[in-house]
Design a binder for this molecule. Structure first.
Ligand SMILES: Cc1cc2nc3c(=O)[nH]c(=O)nc-3n(C[C@H](O)[C@H](O)[C@H](O)COP(=O)(O)OP(=O)(O)OC[C@H]3O[C@@H](n4cnc5c(N)ncnc54)[C@H](O)[C@@H]3O)c2cc1C
Length: 378
């Protein structure tokens, strides 16, 4: 006898979605969360995450993105919550430069709906952006801003409504695989489950085998927000999410979903942070200076004083691809972590894959690039 078919450890961005998906398949699923789902020190923090179907990189992610897009809509329908603000998205860079070429190459391979905007079209439609002379953009009509805390709390509520059990404020101390199942211990108590998903984000290394501990690193990512001279120009109706990448500068951000603050943050600045419980929240002087300089160049309508900052942990892998799959062939312990600063847009899709596979069901073909075993050396 076990205490359940499946336990999900960590009910943050991906664990909450895995619990929701598992609760649709089984009435015997249990979630463990060290604090509360969507707590402010997890990678859920910071109000919003960019969702986009246009990106540069591996086209094999596209079927997962399509599934994620459908599941975000299902989560909204099932819970009545407004989770994805569908405001479109802009990838901005130099015409024929490496960034725009890479975005177009991936888009060609995926067939994602898009529009190439000339410099003039971009300037006319989005005057909030101060453009460089050779700038063009790829417009993504399906992009938007995900409301992170609403998404995670909605998924956990939906899972509980389906019969899942949730242990809040219950940090798991250890997981041990035996012939009969996986023993989970927390605060002196223990449970046995047929299968376990480890979805504990920046904290996952504490529960992972050595070969995955060696292939991962927890990093700090910071965010910054600004206010506008004219807030009406930066609403979701007028100002899509954006990414601007050049050789010397890069920034991404989101419209003022709260009606006041515009997210505008340096891109790709994950820095190793040994302790996920002690991520430095303040920006360094250099981070403040580069952020302010970039905003001054890109957005003349934003007042170049940072009004809010914060920083959160995420688990990065050596190849910046996620870890989704059993920790070894046939293992009952399934990893759903290592999202390397890019996991939220696909949280529903990754939760779908983790829940189904941990319960012995099929998902997508061609997922070798995210399987944990790629890091095994022998
Ligand atoms: C600042 C920032 C900006 C980002 N921007 C984007 C973006 O625009 N678009 C995008 O797609 N992605 C983005 N990402 C990446 C994305 O947010 C992360 O990849 C994703 O949120 C990671 O989710 P997770 O479930 O692995 O971790 P988390 O959401 O941190 O969840 C882990 C949970 O596990 C719990 N936990 C830890 N240890 C235990 C334990 N022992 N027992 C029980 N529970 C435990 C924690 O308390 C936490 O709630 C960004 C990330 C950051 C930090």
């Amino acid at each position: 006898m076990t205490d359940g078919k499946l336990a999900v450890i960590g009910l943050g961005s991906i664990g909450s979605m895995a619990l929701w998906q598992a609760s649709r398949l089984s009435d015997s699923v249990v979630g463990f969360e060290a604090a509360t789902p969507a707590h402010g020190r997890s990678a859920v923090g910071g109000d919003t995450r960019l969702f986009r179907m246009i990106y540069r990189g591996n086209p094999d992610f596209y079927p997962i993105l399509q599934r994620s897009q459908r599941l975000w809509a299902e989560l909204e329908a099932e819970t009545g919550q407004d989770i994805l603000t569908r405001c479109g998205g802009l990838s901005i860079g130099t015409a024929n430069g490496p960034y725009i070429n890479a975005v177009l190459e991936t888009t060609k391979a995926t067939g994602a709906e898009h529009q190439l905007l000339s410099h003039q079209e971009l300037a006319e439609r989005y005057p909030q952006h101060n453009l460089r002379p050779d700038d063009v953009a790829v417009y993504d009509p399906n992009a938007g801003a995900l409301r992170t805390d609403r998404a995670v709390t909605a998924a956990v509520a939906a899972a509980e409504a389906n019969g899942a059990t949730v242990h809040r404020n219950t940090p798991v101390d250890s997981i041990t695989e035996t012939n009969d199942g996986v023993i989970v211990t927390a605060g002196g108590k223990s449970w046995t489950f047929e299968n376990v998903i480890v979805a504990s984000g920046g904290w996952s290394r504490r529960l992972m085998p050595d070969y995955l501990e060696n292939a991962t690193e927890t990093k700090r990512i910071f965010l910054s927000w600004f206010v506008a001279n004219d807030a009406s120009q930066f609403t979701p109706e007028k100002f899509p999410i954006f990414i601007r990448i050049y050789e010397d500068r890069s920034m991404y951000g989101a419209p003022a979903v709260d009606g006041v603050t515009v997210k505008a943050t340096l891109d790709g600045r994950g820095k190793p942070t040994p302790d996920p419980d002690a991520v430095p929240r303040d920006l360094t002087a250099a981070e403040i200076e580069e952020t302010t300089d970039t905003v001054s160049e890109f957005f003349p309508g934003l007042i170049p004083n940072i009004v809010r900052t914060d920083a959160f942990p995420d688990l990065y892998t050596k190849d910046s691809q996620p870890l989704l799959g059993p920790i070894s062939d046939g293992s009952r312990i399934y990893c759903a972590t290592g999202f390397s600063g890019a996991g939220f847009k696909n949280a529903t899709g990754f939760g779908y894959i983790a829940a189904r596979e941990a319960l012995g069901k099929q998902t997508f073909d061609g997922l070798g690039f995210i399987r944990p075993e790629r890091f095994k050396t022998s």
